[in-house]
Design a protein around this ligand. Structure first.
Ligand code: ZN
Ligand code: ZN
Length: 469
């Protein structure tokens, strides 16, 4: 979930630094290809307008994914499967979804079937692309490949002993892919078994150079997180998305042999607390001290917050060196122009201060993370006179406004270094809750040589690691 250290662009490890945490929504921009018959922008606009009208009229203008809940009924939560059953998970592929067309290329002979009835629609030779296009008016998906066009309300593409590539995103996925119409265009879902899913998660969440025991600790934490959070996207007809909002999933990849071995070596193992799957949040770099669950307002935080998500000194002894000191952002400093901060605060009426006069960090929690930020500004009253305005934000909200790349954690201080500039300095990267990814790597290396069970019990005190709760 965070840093600039690893250079591979896919690590959510890096992106989570930017987005601040696993449960934090990040903006994303749907890929929107054009249609065959209209200029790109017009076709796209009309298609999406038709979708919007269908929704507005509250009529079933589009067929629903057979697994998706009825429009007006509360979605049924999925019972938590046993980790040993290696259940099938439905992973929503964000970058491949949202457009009116998607192209899929199989690496072996593939079958396209009607997802609702199971009837065979077409056979696709190895390497032959099929373009699936949403026909909004007919409420169907048209399959374009050599031969007559075939249509179905939802399509499952399956291949035996091969992968399914989506050229527009450079992703390759294990079989099958399910494609169905959704509110924003086509939704593409990879139906994948838990252990195979995790093999695509480890390379997205941790650099391949991290120590094997740290990889295993993350594999167990990621397995637990997935099983605990299968209801995150129930409304959209799938379980988890493939981004840092849930866990980054890269599909089929050989980018991290250590990650692959870690998943296989820990097959079926989860983190448990009193018989229940534990809440295994993790962040990139805790700054030497993890924090309280109550200090991190993640949307998927259980209430009341679990007791094992509490401050842990991330070092072998109280005065010892931090396990995460190797992090390239363990200590950081950012210069923030007053005008820039002012503009970001003024974007939201809830944080607007007018002309920013001062910013001061107030109360801190026991780990040193700032809890309250006091802002003073000046606005123009309707009479034309200037008026002083004071605001108090949480440290979390202030960080969100500054930007998590500039203010990497709330374990920080702020000073005005000139009339035009603030300087924010701090330690750590991310929310600092639960497992510290760089700290886990530090624990696994000399001179500590911790194993993955010791690493997990260090960051989640009181939990058990096993196949059963
Ligand atoms: Zn998600
Ligand atoms: Zn740490």
């Amino acid at each position: 979930m965070k840093g600039s250290g690893p250079s591979r662009p896919v690590f959510s490890f890096c992106r989570r630094l930017a987005s601040s945490c696993s449960g934090f929504l990040v903006a994303w921009f749907p890929h929107l290809p054009g249609t065959r018959t209209l200029p790109k922008a017009i076709g796209m606009g009309l298609s999406l307008a038709a979708l919007a009208l269908g929704c507005a009229a509250n009529r079933p203008s589009l067929p629903r994914h057979p697994g998706a809940p009825p429009a007006l009924a509360a979605p049924a939560p999925r019972p938590t499967p046993h980790p040993g059953s290696n259940p099938v998970l439905r992973i929503g592929l964000r970058k491949a979804s949202g457009g009116v067309a998607v192209t899929v290329v199989p690496s072996a002979r593939a079958m396209l079937v009607d997802a609702a009835t199971g009837h065979r629609l077409a056979v696709l030779p190895s390497g032959q692309p099929a373009r699936l296009v949403l026909d909004v008016h007919a409420g169907q998906i048209q399959i374009e490949r050599p031969g007559p066009v075939i249509a179905a309300p939802s399509v499952r593409i399956q291949v035996r002993g091969g992968r399914l590539a989506i050229p527009t995103t450079s992703g390759r996925y294990p079989s099958p892919l399910l494609v169905y119409p959704a509110a924003g265009g086509l939704q593409v879902v990879n139906e994948v078994r838990l252990e195979t899913y995790l093999e695509g998660v480890l390379p997205g969440e941790l650099p391949p150079s991290f120590a094997p025991e740290a990889q295993k600790a993350l594999a167990v934490a990621a397995r637990t997180y997935a099983l605990r959070n299968l209801d995150k996207h129930t409304d959209a007809g799938y379980d988890l998305c493939d981004g840092p909002h849930c866990q980054v999933y890269l599909g089929h990849t050989t980018a991290s042999p250590r990650g692959l071995r870690a998943v296989r070596a820990t097959r079926g193992l989860c983190v448990w607390f009193r018989g229940q799957l534990a809440c295994t949040f993790y962040s990139a770099d805790c700054g030497g001290q993890t924090t309280f669950a109550r200090e991190v307002p993640l949307p998927d935080m259980p209430a009341p917050p679990p007791s094992y998500l509490r401050p842990v000194r991330d070092a072998p002894r109280p005065a010892g060196p931090d396990y995460c000191r190797r992090s390239s952002h363990h200590w950081w400093s950012a210069r923030v122009p007053v005008a820039e901060l002012e503009a970001r605060l003024n974007e939201d009426p809830g944080t607007a201060v007018g002309k920013l006069l001062s910013a001061r960090f107030g109360d801190r929690d026991v780990t040193g993370r700032v809890q309250r930020v006091f802002l003073e500004g000046e606005v123009l009253a309707p009479t034309g006179a200037t008026q002083r305005l004071t605001r108090m934000l949480s440290g979390w909200e202030f960080r969100r406004r500054v930007g998590p790349r500039q203010m990497r954690s709330t374990l920080a201080k702020i000073e005005r270094v000139s009339p035009e500039e603030f300087r924010i300095t701090g330690t750590g990267n991310g929310h600092g809750l639960g497992l510290c990814q760089i700290g886990a790597d530090g624990m696994a290396r000399p001179p500590y040589y911790a194993n993955f069970r010791q690493i997990l019990r260090h960051y989640y005190p009181g939990v058990q690691v096993g196949k059963e709760g």
